[in-house]
Ligand binder design. Structure first.
Ligand code: SPD
Length: 373
């Protein structure tokens, strides 16, 4: 076995451990080829139009055209910038969304609150294309409610050559006025991601509910503000590509996409560690039966090997779809920014739901946002 292949398999095995840590064991399922055509079940007509509520710049719009050409169903996209924004909108009673894309811990919260519809897996035969480790995640064993969409990590992007590789989160939390990125750095506008970075820097569990530790994390987040140009989850990679900023807390694939425009963009996970996450396609409980059927057809379409490959080719995130991975080129499969090596994976943690402490995180985050730099 080639060294790189061995390394990739080791990394995926570690990911499997992280993902299934709290889940019961699943019976292995044979991978099967994707059917070429997906027929709608008899008796119910799918909606003619559905709304896909997704993170920004996370899907190739050509996929909508291909889906519509084949099924006649039009997909309209709406975007959110954080799990909390999407959750608040749905908790506030928003309807009309057929497919949403929450991350792992938010799936747990939504299942607990009865906000997700159970999938009719008979309408999603391409589920068989998922890698084994994504069929039995700790937050949705057996894909009862959701189907993994893409996965990735949270770290720091920077302009190589202008900024030394940030090997510690201290570069954000202990800002130095003489650092070239001082005042030209952004952090994600995302409560759980921001607290995760601060907590990992302080050596605490990123899912702590200890109020003293969270206060300490709040203090370093406020301390970081002196060196920040702002909080941004949607355009931070463009601001690096244009040269306006030199450093950003963000998601691995976004930096790789921006690298197309500025080849000096690099990505690293500081030595204290970082976040690993899986985003998922789910159907809100509020979807009508027609929307739900159309949503399941869309999810099945995304799970095709060719469409899964188009997705990663566009957003540069790793795919949970084993059949799609077979279409990836070696350069992508061996890119450590996409598939972290085992020693990095070892230092990554999933964000988990923190129950009643969710509101404490939110209150402290509001205090961070409103504090003077
Ligand atoms: N541009 C799309 C980025 C999607 C990132 N989702 C990650 C959420 C992790 N908390």
């Amino acid at each position: 076995m080639k060294r790189k292949t061995f390394w990739l398999l080791t990394a995926l095995a570690l990911l499997a451990l992280l993902l299934t840590a709290c889940a019961p064991a699943a019976a292995p399922t044979e991978e099967q080829a994707a059917p070429e055509e997906q027929a709608a079940p008899a008796g119910l007509e799918p909606a003619k139009e559905i709304v896909f509520y997704n993170w920004s710049e996370y899907i190739d719009p050509e996929i909508y055209t291909l889906f519509e050409d084949e099924t006649g169903i039009k997909v309209v996209e709406d975007n959110f910038s954080s799990n909390e924004e999407m959750l608040a909108k749905l908790q506030g009673g928003a309807t009309g969304y057929a497919v949403i894309v929450p991350s792992d811990y938010t799936v747990s919260i939504m299942i607990e609150e009865g906000m997700l519809a159970e999938l009719d897996q008979a309408n999603i035969p391409n589920l068989a294309n998922l890698s084994e480790q994504f069929k039995n995640t700790y937050y949705d064993p057996g894909n009862k409610y959701c189907v993994p969409y893409q996965w990735g990590t949270t770290g720091i992007g920077y302009i190589d050559g202008e900024v030394d590789e940030p090997t510690s989160w201290a570069v954000l939390f202990n800002p130095d006025p003489n650092h070239p990125a001082y005042g030209r750095t952004t952090m994600l506008d995302d409560a759980r991601e921001a607290f995760a970075a601060a907590l990992v820097y302080l050596g605490y569990d990123i899912n702590t509910t200890d109020e003293a530790q969270l206060q300490e994390a709040k203090d370093v987040l406020i301390q970081a503000k002196a060196g920040l140009a702002g909080y941004d989850s949607d355009t931070y990679e463009d601001l690096l590509a244009s040269g306006e900023n030199l450093m950003a807390h963000g998601w691995n694939g976004d930096f790789l996409v921006a690298q197309e425009e500025n080849e000096n963009i690099a990505y690293t996970i500081p030595e204290e560690g970082g976040v690993i996450w899986v985003d998922n396609m789910c159907i809100p409980a509020s979807a009508t039966p027609e929307e739900k059927l159309a949503a399941e057809m869309f999810i099945d379409f995304i799970l095709r090997p060719d469409i899964g490959a188009m997705l990663s080719d566009y957003n540069y995130y790793a795919s949970p779809n084993a059949a799609a991975e077979a279409n990836f080129d070696a350069e992508f499969l061996e890119d450590p920014t996409v598939y972290p090596p085992a020693e990095v994976l070892d230092k990554l943690q999933f964000i988990h739901p923190v129950g009643e402490a969710e509101s404490l995180y939110q209150r402290l985050w509001d205090e961070v946002k409103s504090a003077a730099p």
